[in-house]
Design a protein around this ligand. Structure first.
Ligand code: IYR
Length: 226
């Protein structure tokens, strides 16, 4: 039976944790690491449809993320309409052409060379779904402003959960950040308190696609222990 008590006049319920042996904890930590270590950023997708229920599960997973004062300061826009995907691709490529042509420094472009990126973004039409994540600088309820906290941190964590859920389901994505991104607010008709944060195409990785042969930092290279 779930136990309840009041704290500051608000209902709290007892948190019952899963009972696992130390061996099970070790096994689960290892399995999850091995799964996540297989994740790669994918830039070429199959057009194969994905059941809507899968996408809903992925989105619901993202929305389990912790957030400042539990304000959940995010809106996820889900796009499958080919006409809107085309509009987004055209607008993104227009910006990216300028970025790669003149806005990005030579150092930046050099840093991207190993990844093989360019201004062309066919994945914005090929992937069956696009998810555009908006951060809410503040909330709006019945015409009233609601204060939000740690918005970037909260939305960033939700995006991390989203990317993990996409990978865990056997699907792929790329964290696309066309800059500037305000065309997304216009195309999707978002209110002014919402700002575009990240664009993620979701689909199956294209058969025969290639990813850069890069290494991840080893634990001793990113960990400082005290
Ligand atoms: N937004 C551009 C450029 C780009 C920037 C970084 I930093 C990357 O890691 C990858 C790409 C694009 O999406 O191509």
């Amino acid at each position: 039976m779930t136990q309840y008590k009041n704290i500051n006049g608000h209902p709290h319920m007892e948190y019952v944790r899963e009972q696992l042996s130390p061996e099970q904890v070790l096994e689960r930590s290892k399995n999850f690491y091995q799964l996540m270590d297989q994740r790669r950023t994918i830039r070429e997708f199959e057009t194969t449809p994905i059941p809507r229920e899968v996408i809903d599960n992925i989105l619901k997973t993202a929305s389990t993320a912790p957030s400042g004062a539990h304000k959940q300061p995010w809106t996820f826009c889900l796009i499958s309409d080919p006409k809107i995907k085309k509009k987004i691709r055209e607008a993104a490529e227009e910006e990216e052409k300028i970025s790669y042509g003149s806005r990005m420094s030579d150092t930046w472009k050099n840093d991207l060379k190993p990844l093989g990126t360019d201004w062309e973004k066919p994945f914005l039409e090929d992937a069956p779904y696009l998810i555009v994540v908006f951060k809410q600088s503040y909330g709006m309820e019945n015409g009233e402003k609601i204060q939000h906290y740690y918005v970037n941190e909260s939305v960033g964590i939700a995006c991390g959960f989203l990317i993990a859920a996409i990978h865990q389901a056997g699907l792929a994505t790329v964290t696309h950040t066309p800059s500037p991104m305000n065309f997304l607010s216009k195309i999707l008709g978002r209110p002014s308190h919402e700002k575009p944060f990240l664009l993620l195409p979701v689909g199956y990785a294209k058969k025969g696609t290639y990813v850069p042969d890069i290494e991840r930092k080893k634990i001793n290279d990113f960990l400082e222990e005290f």
